[in-house]
Design a binder for this molecule. Structure first.
Ligand SMILES: Cc1ncc(COP(=O)(O)O)c(C=O)c1O
Length: 386
């Protein structure tokens, strides 16, 4: 009986697609693995908050002043797990976005597999960008709605689908990421808002890789493009630039109430632990002070991107995520190993995370990479490319 599984794992190994867990230690900037130190180009710690000693000390001091603090939420929010701090965080988020309501979840994965199925039924249609994250795809699978994908970032194709289908469905929801996790490019949020208003449909935007980074105050690409009030569901996560865990949606009060009554991952899972929520609140309280990190992040990633382009690389995107597309899995794994030997932690991303034949090294930037560190990485990539 077990042979089937062993055979499958062997096939994965032959295809260069075998995944394994490595036991690592990290202080944010560096990864420590098997007695070696690597510069960490594979995390989503875009502002360097995991290793921010001041924030950490402040936070631990706050905990000392909370004698009633408990470590577990102990049940779903609908039972006994709806503690004060979780609502404090929701009120804080709603205020930051100047919108009616926010709802917090255990993770971005929970948000994406829960919100769309809760909001839709067989009379509805979901139109999702071709490159949306696996968690959104799983949400589409769990939904009873009809789902269609529009070509990546192609507003004309989206409009053609709306012209064809809008009249046949009760509600239609357009779904996109704002900064795409694997390509690092931006959705055209203003154009998507125009379209959603023109066809009287809803818009759902996953800001996982933009929250904390984009926009004057870090609220995301929706802030940078002045679209906050035009998007029906702004989803963000705390596990990336915020260096915590959990997620939220910014929406109106009716949708918040509706989700509380219908969203299965919210109803049927133990609420996120209070310590994570307190840490998230602590980080968000310091949000205004990260504008230097945001600027440095833009500078370091632009520096690298421009140099790569000058050396003849075709680089997708325009953000702190820079993919080096290698093509086949084996080529990508070999490049990753070479970079590892040179002290860079840059893991290969393969199918099904990205399309077949588009395996890549996904480089994610931090504000504290130096030009020297970036130049050395660049030289290795250029040598490999020749
Ligand atoms: C675009 C996007 N949305 C959602 C998620 C899931 O978020 P979380 O890690 O909080 O489950 C990810 C994770 O990588 C992501 O890239």
């Amino acid at each position: 009986m077990i042979q089937h599984y062993t055979d499958y794992l062997e096939t994965l190994q032959q295809k260069g697609a075998y995944r394994q867990l490595r036991t690592t230690r990290s202080d944010g900037r560096f990864i420590y693995y098997q007695n070696n130190i690597y510069l960490n180009f594979s995390s989503n710690d875009y502002l360097g908050i995991t290793s921010n000693a001041t924030l950490k000390t402040d936070f631990l001091n706050t905990l000392n002043n909370k004698p009633d603090f408990v470590l577990g939420s102990t049940s779903s929010r609908l039972l006994t797990g709806n503690y004060q701090e979780i609502e404090l965080l929701e009120n804080m988020l709603a205020r930051m976005y100047n919108r009616e309501a926010a709802l917090v979840f255990n993770s971005g994965y929970h948000a994406n597999i829960g919100i769309l199925p809760a909001l839709t039924n067989k009379h509805d249609l979901i139109l999702a960008d071709k490159y949306v994250h696996a968690s959104i795809i799983d949400g589409l699978r769990l939904s009873d709605a009809k789902c269609e994908r529009f070509q990546h970032n192609n507003i004309e194709h989206l409009e053609a689908l709306l012209q064809k289908h809008r009249a046949n469905y009760k509600n239609v929801i357009i779904v996109t990421e704002s900064v795409f996790s694997m390509d690092g490019d931006h959705a055209q949020l203003a154009a998507l808002c125009d379209i959603k208003e023109k066809y009287n449909v809803l818009l759902y935007v996953d800001e996982a890789h933009a929250f904390g980074v984009n926009g004057n105050t870090g609220l995301g690409l929706c802030e940078e493009t002045n679209c906050i009030n035009r998007i029906d569901f702004i989803v963000g996560t705390f596990g990336k630039a915020i260096a915590s865990c959990g997620a939220y949606v910014i929406t109106n009060q009716v949708f918040r109430d509706y989700l509380i009554n219908t969203m299965r991952p919210l109803i049927f899972s133990t609420a996120i632990a209070p310590i994570n929520v307190l840490w998230t609140i602590n980080v968000l309280n310091n949000f205004p002070y990260f504008s230097d990190e945001r600027k440095r992040l833009v500078r370091t990633s632009e520096y690298f991107r421009n140099k790569l382009i000058a050396k003849g690389f075709e680089i997708k995107g325009c953000s702190h995520i820079i993919p080096i597309v290698c093509g086949e899995n084996e080529k990508c794994v070999t490049l990753s190993e070479k970079l590892k030997l040179a002290g860079y932690w840059t893991l290969p991303i393969r199918y099904p995370t990205v399309p077949k034949g588009e395996a890549r090294i996904r480089l994610s930037f931090r504000p504290d990479f130096s030009n020297d560190e970036i130049d050395t990485l660049l030289n290795i990539l250029v040598n490999e490319n020749n």
